[in-house]
Design a protein around this ligand. Structure first.
Ligand code: NAP
Length: 266
C-alpha cells in the first residue's frame, strides 16, 4: 500500500481509538528558537494532533531563557499528570545543553524517544518498521544495510532491525566505496539517512527483490529530493516527499498514545 494511504488508514484508526477514551490525550511542545524549519515541523505536529483529537499546547520561550529556567519548565510538565507527552523542539540556542535537556524530559513523557531510559522508540525508525511490517516485509535472516549512523535515525533503526532478526550492517562516511557497493548489492533492505541528494543511484547494483527506505530530505531547486534517486530497480522504494516524513509524523501520535496508556496504568 502507498504510504499516503497507509497513513490515512492508521489515522482513521487513531481517531476512533481516541474518541473512545475517557480522558483526552495531550502533549506540550516547547520551542526556544525561531527557526523556519522548526516552525514548519511544529505546525505539522499541531495539525496532526488536532486531526486525530489529541490536545496540544505550544509553549514558546524567549531565545534568551536560561538553561536552568527551561529545565524548571520541563520539570513542571514532567510533574503534571494531565499532560502525557513532552517534546522540546531542537535545535536549542547555543547556551543550552541539548543533551541535558533531552535527559531532563521524563522517560515516560518522552514521545520523541530520545531519552536512553525511555521505552518509547524514536519516531522515524518506529514509523519505518511499522510500515515495513504492514507490507509483510520478511526480516528474519535478511541482510539489512543502514547508511548513516545518527542517534535519531541510523543507530536506533539498526537496533530495531536487529530486534526483527535481520543481519544488520551500518555504513557511514568512512565506509569505502567498494565496500559500500558490496554491501548494497547483497542487501534485502537498504535504509539510507545521510542527507546527500540521490546518493543511491544507478551506479550501484541492487537485488531486484530489495526494499529501499529513503529517509533523506534534501531541498533542491527542483523541490524536495531523497538520498536515493527515484525509480531504482528494486521491489519497493519509499518516495520523497510523501514517504518516511509521513511515517515519522504518524509515529509521534502513536508514541503519545503509548505514553498516555503508561500514565493511565500508573
Ligand atoms: P545526520 O545527523 O545529518 O548524520 C548524517 C549521517 O550520514 C552520519 O552518520 C554520516 O556519517 C553519514 N554520511 C554522511 N555522508 C555520507 C556518505 N557520503 N556516505 C555514507 N554516510 C554518510 O543524520 P540524520 O539526522 O539521521 O539525517 C539524515 C537525513 O535524514 C537528512 O537528510 C535529514 O533531513 C533526514 N531526516 C528525515 C527524517 C524524516 O522524517 N523523513 C527524519 C530525520 C532525518 P558519519 O557519522 O561518519 O559522519
Amino acid at each position: 500500500m502507498e504510504i499516503k494511504e497507509y497513513v490515512k488508514q492508521q489515522k482513521e484508526a487513531l481517531i476512533k481509538e481516541i474518541s473512545e477514551l475517557k480522558v483526552t490525550p495531550s502533549f506540550v511542545i516547547m520551542q526556544v528558537n525561531d527557526d523556519p524549519a522548526s516552525n514548519a515541523y511544529i505546525k505539522g505536529k499541531i495539525k496532526d494532533a488536532n486531526e486525530v483529537g489529541i490536545q496540544v499546547e505550544l509553549k514558546k520561550f524567549p531565545i534568551d531563557i536560561s538553561e536552568a529556567d527551561l529545565l524548571k519548565e520541563i520539570e513542571k510538565v514532567n510533574n503534571d499528570s494531565r499532560i502525557h507527552g513532552l517534546i522540546v523542539q531542537m535545535p536549542l540556542p547555543k547556551h543550552i545543553n541539548e543533551e541535558k535537556v533531552k535527559l531532563a524530559v521524563s522517560p515516560k513523557k518522552d514521545i520523541d524517544g530520545f531519552h536512553p531510559l525511555s521505552s518509547i522508540n524514536p519516531c522515524t525508525p518506529k514509523g519505518i518498521i511499522d510500515y515495513l511490517k504492514s507490507e509483510h516485509t520478511d526480516f528474519v535472516g535478511k541482510n539489512a544495510v543502514v547508511i548513516g549512523r545518527s542517534n535519531i535515525v541510523g543507530k536506533p533503526l539498526a537496533h530495531l532491525l536487529l530486534k526483527e532478526n535481520c543481519n544488520v550492517t551500518i555504513l557511514h562516511s568512512k565506509t569505502k566505496r567498494e565496500d559500500m557497493e558490496r554491501y548494497i548489492a547483497n542487501a534485502d533492505i537498504i535504509a539510507i539517512a545521510i542527507g546527500r541528494c540521490e546518493f543511491l543511484d544507478d551506479s550501484f547494483s541492487y537485488k531486484p527483490t530489495a526494499t529501499i527506505v529513503d529517509v533523506g530530505i534534501n531541498r533542491t531547486e527542483e523541490g524536495l529530493k531523497g538520498d536515493a534517486k527515484r525509480g531504482l530497480p528494486v521491489a519497493l522504494q519509499t518516495p520523497v516527499p510523501g514517504g518516511v516524513g509521513l511515517l515519522t509524523r504518524l509515529s509521534l501520535l502513536k508514541n503519545l498514545l503509548e505514553a498516555y496508556h503508561h500514565e493511565i496504568k500508573d
